[in-house]
Design a protein around this ligand. Structure first.
Ligand code: ADP
Ligand code: MG
Length: 231
C-alpha cells in the first residue's frame, strides 16, 4: 500500500533528467528523496502531483493509476521551499480556500494544529518565515490529502525554526496517518526526519533503505543519528 513509481523518465532539452526512476513510498511513512541540486527531485514531485507529465513510466497509489488523473483529484498536496500564500487574503482565508466546505472552524483548527492559533485574521505579511511555512503546511493539511509532498521545506529557515518544523511535520504526519515524501539535498536532514530514504543519482535510484541501513552500506552517508525529539 502506497505510492509506486515505475521507470519514470523525463527529458528536458535533450538531457535525461530522470532516466528510469523506480521506488516505493509505503503508506504511513515519511520517505526522503535525496539528490544533489538539479538531479530532478522537484520534477519528480511535480509529476507525482500531476503538474508535469513523464515521457515514460507509471505512477500508482495503492495499485490505481495516478497519471491521467487531474491534479486536483489526486488528493496530493505540495509544500514548497517558500510559503506560497495569497498576500491579499488573511492567513485564515488562505487555509479556508483549501477546504471544500469553506468552514472557518476547520481552518482555525488547522491553524491551531500548526501552532498559529489566533492568527486567522492576520495579514500574510505579518507572518515570519517559519510561521509562513507553518501556515502553508496548515493549508496543505486542510486539503485532506492522502499524500503530502515536501519540496525542501526547511531550506529558508534558520536552524531552530528548521528543527521546529521538522518536529511538527513528524508529529502531525504520524498523528493523522498521512504519507509524506520529503525532497532534500541534505542527507543529514533526511536521516533525521525520514523513516526510509531513497538516494537519487544520475537520474536513477542509487539506493533505498532506512537511515540506519544506509549509514551502514553508503560510505558517504555519514553516521546514523537518532532523532532527538519528543515524538
Ligand atoms: P532539483 O529539484 O533536484 O534541483 P529540478 O527537478 O528542479 O531539480 O531540475 C532538474 C533539471 O531539469 C535541471 O537541470 C532543470 O534546469 C531542468 N528543468 C526542470 N524543469 C524544466 C523545464 N520545465 N524546462 C526545461 N528544463 C527544466
Ligand atoms: Mg528542486
Amino acid at each position: 500500500m502506497g505510492l509506486q513509481l515505475t521507470n519514470i523518465q523525463k527529458r528536458f532539452k535533450r538531457r535525461d533528467v530522470l532516466a528510469g526512476v523506480d521506488f516505493f513510498v509505503r503508506q504511513g511513512e515519511i520517505h526522503a528523496l535525496v539528490g544533489t541540486s538539479g538531479s530532478g527531485k522537484s520534477t519528480l514531485l511535480r509529476i507525482i502531483a500531476g503538474l508535469e507529465t513523464p515521457d515514460v513510466g507509471n505512477v500508482t497509489w495503492n495499485g490505481a493509476a495516478l497519471l491521467g488523473v487531474p491534479a486536483h483529484e489526486r488528493k496530493i498536496t505540495l509544500l514548497s521551499q517558500t510559503p506560497l500564500l495569497f498576500p491579499h487574503l488573511t492567513v485564515g482565508e488562505n487555509v479556508l480556500l483549501a477546504i471544500p466546505e469553506r468552514s472557518r472552524e476547520q481552518a482555525e483548527h488547522w491553524l491551531a494544529r500548526v501552532r498559529l492559533a489566533g492568527r486567522y485574521d492576520d495579514e500574510v505579511h505579518t507572518l515570519s518565515g517559519g510561521e509562513g511555512q507553518r501556515a502553508s503546511f496548515a493549508r496543505a493539511l486542510a486539503a485532506d490529502p492522502r499524500l503530502i509532498l515536501l519540496d525542501e521545506p526547511f531550506t529558508n529557515l534558520d536552524p531552530d525554526l528548521k528543527y521546529e518544523l521538522q518536529q511538527l511535520i513528524r508529529e502531525v504526519v504520524g498523528e493523522l496517518g498521512l504519507t509524506a515524501l520529503l525532497v532534500t539535498h541534505d542527507r543529514e536532514e533526511a536521516m533525521l526526519v525520514a523513516d526510509r530514504v531513497t538516494l537519487l543519482d544520475g537520474g536513477t535510484v542509487h539506493a533505498t533503505g532506512t537511515p540506519r541501513e544506509l549509514s551502514e552500506t553508503e560510505p558517504t552517508f555519514g553516521d546514523f543519528i537518532e532523532f532527538e525529539g519528543e515524538m
